[in-house]
Design a binder for this molecule. Sequence first.
Ligand code: ARG
Length: 574
Amino acid sequence: MRTEIVKAVAAAAGLPEAEIAGQLTDSREPGHGDFALPCFILARAWKQSPPACAAKLAAEVALPAGVARCVASGPYLNFFLDRAAESLRLVGGLLAAGDGVGRGAPRGERIVVEYSSPNIAKPFHVGHLRTTVIGHALARIHRHLGYEVISINHLGDWGTQFGFVWAGCEIWGKPADARIGDLVGLYQRASGLRKDQDAGTVAPGDADKPDVNAMARDYFIRLEAGEPEARAFWEWCLDISLDYFKSMYDRMGVHFDHYTGESFFQDRLAGVESMIRGSGILEESRGALGVDLGPRLGFVRVFAEDGRSLYITRDIAAAEYRTETYDPVRILYVVGAPQQLHFQQLVGVLERMGRPSASRIVHIPYGHVPGISTRGGATDEKVLLNDLLDDAHARAREAYSSQVVKKPQDVDEEALAEAVGLGAIFFDYLSRSNIKDFHFNWDDALNFQGDTGPYIQYALARINSIAAKAAATGLDPAGGFDASLLAGDDTYQLVFQLRRFEGILQKAAAEYEPYLLANYLLELARSFSARYSSLRVLGEEPTVAQARLSLFCAVGNVLRTGLGLLGVPPVERM
Ligand code: ARG
């Protein structure tokens, strides 16, 4: 419709279509029509005031079929679609698309999305939740839009932290059947002792303990040299950690195509090293080799004094590997804002090396979430993710039983609590722009009346319940409907909002901002909830009931798909 209007206006105004297309906007609300054209550009061409141009254009434009009328309003010309025709097109299309609403045709383009990337042998705490949630949503949204998405977990699985776990095992014994908590405990205990040793505040009972820092360093040197015992210990840590991470990801419905962490690139450094050295950009500064990126980005150390690789060296290798292996149009890195400089330097070094990977890298920074309190008592970022998810489950159960009044009989409350608990967290984390810092608050996130995931899950369940009851009376949302019955202001408002879905998805992808989708779904659910009791389905005359049911089911398809893209489990009944 938009293209048709653009053509008609361009013809009447004698201006190029592209110029009109850039001006024609979606109206804010259907009372002002479906599309609006600000007439300021015409004023220049026609040498009249914008309101006069709007009036003149209104008289002269030949309205395409499907546009009922156009009305000049000040400097704007508002276009009103034929509501019945538009409702038929849109609602019919959404019903036919099912869960594929808004899905794009394959684009033949790849995008790499790297996210989560926790550091192994350190706790997977709430600090890595935001990257997990944002990255997961971005991966799903892009895939839905037709990109081939490669999701990657760049595990922090190489580094001195393993030395601390090693030292802990040497000092206090290696636990049999160790689990992640044991590794984390040893890591924390050893690094605590190291701090005391550094500060000279070792407790009398620990006075005989060896120098933790030296042990850790010695271990890491052996690991880097590939010494079998050190390597076996590292693999032991890795197995235990990966088991745990994967079970967490499964629980959250998060999936990675590849777990290629830092160690993967550690083994592939030789080629990168010769490439960097061969590029002639390395300089020496205080014993370390690096690249001088000028006053803004500074001198970037690429190799340590002893020649070892650094975090950025492995990132150079990773960027090269991904570009070569997948030939993606973009590589997204969902990593916290504190690493902004790191990624600018990474791009800077790759640019200086003349590598094409430089222009594909997009760092998606996100702000800080100060910490979540759990009933276990911990109130900081060190809260382990499984504790958080257990807590979410328990709280969701309570919220459901205290806040939802009319419950269906045979609901699986365990599954429901899990879906609502996860939904509350995921949605809350995605309901403001990436870069904003915020405090997570359970009561806000779990409020079935609030701006929350559970609120939308509930709206969807309500639609399903209406559909089920209607089906029992012989109505079928796929059975066709009389679209003229959706032309009233109340129903058309929903049609109008449904039309925005596709554009919102594209914008969320283009700006890497899932919150745009989250906010849209909230508005749609609010609109539905405000109307569903006045727009009754059950007990209405069959043609009216059928038209409303079709509209609600179209809303349901958009809510279900949209929630899924955000990683919020859609709840069909509650
Ligand atoms: N493991 C890092 C951390 O927890 C994040 C890794 C980010 N990705 C990268 N390619 N450097 O801070």
